[in-house]
Write a protein that binds this ligand. Structure first.
Ligand code: BG6
Length: 369
């Protein structure tokens, strides 16, 4: 049931605040993380010396975001790998490796086979999944469910936010077990997480119709680029993927620092470029680097659409459009910056008259290798 929305995707984007809130629900007590599903695993979390995250598509981008938080808080090295690449090389894994799989459906064959492969090679496996009783969690040593609710539209939206939320909960939990974060430090991060749902609602309230209008104007666009740095990089990849999936427009996401090593050659007058701008308050150095990237592409005629924090005026002289997100600590910005990109992809597909829920050639869950 679309509940009055024009598409399941529109409904699911509107549910992004709840997807985060429901994934947090019952897992925070007195400012600390409590995940009953992980009881009894302290010894495992204390002993691991490596984490490998495996997933496909949007779930892999959630993994890339999670890497920043996992490494920062737990100090355990993290690799993120596409599930179908992982098992066709000879990865270095063993009992000290925790393999974290991420899958909305829990049925993606590539991810399932990678989990089995990891388990057979002696690694410990943990599944982040949105579907109760699905195959991947059943094949894993531990499970953290995301509680995004059923996702029907083929292109994943609210599940992506729930996956990042679950990874952050896991990272904080592991950090407390290992003692790499104090109770007070963890409490501050928990406060940031708890503030996210209201901030997403604010984006939907203040920016959604403006972004849809922008998408409508851009319906004839043939190619869109996305730039991001640090946690904004996987968000740039996700913004590009969503546009390819549902609006069939060529789109590429790049790490902003790569620009001068290649992608800048693509910039010609009128080329639309979304730029995810880091917070100027919290990461002044990164912010200034991204602003200079914006200046470089603008000088070559790019049409710049900045996704920037409320109050960031430094981007104004160089951006053609500024989509605003509320203030947050840098690690939490992905949970906000992705929302305008989901709205944009949906708006553009809608403006082109496409079926946003059932894009051509794609399936919600790919159960063949
Ligand atoms: C793709 C879907 O086939 O599978 C994507 O179109 C999704 O939206 C990807 O991100 C992974 O699916 P899952 O269920 O493993 O998260």
């Amino acid at each position: 049931d679309k509940g009055g929305w024009p598409s399941f995707m529109a409904k699911e984007v509107s549910e992004e605040p709840e997807a985060v809130a429901n994934t947090l629900r019952g897992r925070i007590r007195d400012g600390q993380i409590v995940i009953p599903e992980l009881d009894g695993l302290d010894e495992l979390f204390a002993s691991i010396n490596r984490v490998i995250v495996i997933a496909c598509g949007t779930a892999a981008y959630a993994g890339m975001v999670g890497k920043y938080a996992l490494e920062q808080w737990t100090r355990v090295p993290v690799d993120v790998e596409l599930a179908h690449e992982f098992r066709y090389r000879d990865p270095v894994i063993g009992p000290d490796t925790l393999v974290v799989s991420i899958s909305q459906s829990g049925e993606t064959m590539d991810t399932l086979m990678a989990v089995k492969y990891a388990r057979d090679r002696g690694a410990r496996t943990l599944s982040i999944c949105n579907t109760q009783g699905a195959t991947i969690p059943r094949e894993s040593d531990a499970i953290v469910y995301t509680h995004a609710g059923p996702e029907v539209a083929v292109a994943s939206t609210k599940a992506f936010l729930a996956q990042i939320t679950a990874l952050y909960l896991l990272a904080l939990h592991v950090a407390r077990v290992r003692g790499s974060l104090s109770a007070d430090e963890a409490r501050l991060q928990v406060l940031e997480l708890e503030a996210i749902p209201a901030k997403i609602s604010r984006i939907l309230e203040l920016e959604q119709s403006r972004i849809e209008q922008l998408a409508y104007w851009m319906a004839d666009t043939r190619s869109v680029l996305f730039l991001g740095r640090h946690v904004g990089y996987p968000i740039a990849l996700e913004g590009a993927l969503k546009l390819k999936e549902i609006s069939y427009i060529h789109a590429e996401g790049f790490a902003a620092g790569e620009l001068k090593h290649g992608p800048i050659a693509l910039i010609e007058p009128g080329q639309p470029v979304f730029v995810i701008v880091p917070s100027p308050r919290e990461s002044a150095l990164l912010h200034s680097k991204v602003v200079s990237n914006i200046q470089e592409i603008r000088a070559r005629g790019a049409r710049v659409i900045a996704v920037a924090e409320e109050g960031d005026v430094a981007v104004l002289p160089f951006a053609d459009e500024v989509l605003r997100i509320p203030l947050a600590d840098p690690l939490f910005e992905p949970l906000l910056a992705v929302v305008p990109l989901h709205i944009f992809a949906m708006g553009l597909a809608t403006a082109k008259g496409l079926d946003v829920d059932q894009p051509r050639n794609l399936a919600k869950s790919v159960t063949v290798e």
